[in-house]
Design a protein around this ligand. Sequence first.
Ligand code: MG
Length: 331
Amino acid sequence: VGNVSKAPGEFELIARLTAKLRQSDRTILGPGDDCAILKPSPGSQLVTIDSMVEDVHFKLGWGTPEGLGARALTVNLSDIAAMGVVPTACVINLAIRPGLGARFFDRLYKGLADAATAAGVDIVGGNVTSAGALAITIALIGETRQSALRRDAARCGDEIFVTGTLGDAAIGWRILAGELKARGLSRKFLIDRFQQPIARLVAGQRLARIDPAPAAIDISDGLLQDLGHVLKRSGAGAEIDSDAIPLSSAYLEVAGANIEFALSGGEDYELLFCLRPGRSETALTRRLGVPVKRIGQIVRGSGVTLIPKGGKASVKASRFAGWDQLRTRGA
Ligand SMILES: [Mg+2]
């Protein structure tokens, strides 16, 4: 539909934005034709797509255009990381609204291009369309010659691990929205965790070398919800030791013992994975190059049971609100 009513300004804009992009030799033909052409891949190819929409996922006043562009690619890269594969190429659709000038989009694309270069991804095509709200949609391709990390591979007895710390981004988001307060370095850390997430690409690729390939997912919608996806696809349940969930010192400073942001907050982009028992946190931390914590195990049944210290008064986790509801309410 966007093509039908495309104003000359939109053609100029997309030509200008894609002019400076550089391609690797895996791209035969980049932006400028009806399609891009990629060389055949020696392994399996994976495809994912995601959108970021103004006032749903971000507000313009919260950060720089470069940061927004980088973040838009990173959330896609995180899905590639969660499958344990190598990202290779992407196409980008920009929905633009009145009131944003060419300089804004130059900066947005600079952030996108820098993030793509850092991840070894070619931006092989783009489109610009007019819309009521600013939105960035990216379709990203990855490839692998080994087994991908799938959600349906968890088995009873598997131990559940997560990378990094959880809940920081959810708190950072609320600080920006004026719902929570923090000071100094903690404030900066928490906001950065929301605005500058890191896709755990290397950790995911190293996980994929473990045999059998672990079940994995990236935590984009909150621990409970994303673990729930793994459980549903694998036909199993989980017991989570609520005292084992890794929290940053900044998190503890703002939220204290309230683990709800770690359970239901979104946008962390850490990895959750399930391994046959017997691997230590220390060995996995060294192997993946990122802090790893064991938070529970896969059990028979369905759903998540939270077990606090001492093992009594366990709570069926369904009583916690998911990030979806929080996001709808907040933004
Ligand atoms: Mg995901």
